[in-house]
Ligand binder design. Sequence first.
Ligand code: CA
Length: 175
Amino acid sequence: MNKMMLAAVAVVVAGGATGEAARAENIKVCFEAESAGAVQTPLRKVLGSSLKPYSGKGFIEIPWDQNKTKGIGSATIRFKAPKAGVYTLWARVYWANGCGNSIAANVNGAGSDKVLGEDGNYDKWHWVGGRAKVSLKKGLNVLVLKNHETGVRVDEFFLCTDAEYTPVNVRPSTQ
Ligand SMILES: [Ca+2]
């Protein structure tokens, strides 16, 4: 049976007809790492894992290998945004066994890769990011997850236009 998902995103601005309605809308974009179309080794999709709670069907993993493959391989994810603009990039990650604790991502072929993480939250899913700014186009965009370090897992990516906003828990995909 075909499950057709129409990307009809109805942006309902239920502003209360007061001055508050003028407050900038926080546009949120979220997608699953495992929705990647092209995944090169050593990156791999892990689906149906017991390493919960994750969003969607699983996550992308770069298995720990003493960083022998550091810099090799990538995963390419196509996603849609409802509006062009500058977004803050976040990723929901799980650092395995205190080994790797960072990822790198490039959005739309921008000159510099964004490095997320380098924190001390090991052995649990958590959000990293909040500093890197990327430019999204309305419609289709491309994020390339790179092998910045091994021993990492990525569940989902989240971008929003409010730089002060922090995602928590599993976020619903907007795709
Ligand atoms: Ca996921």
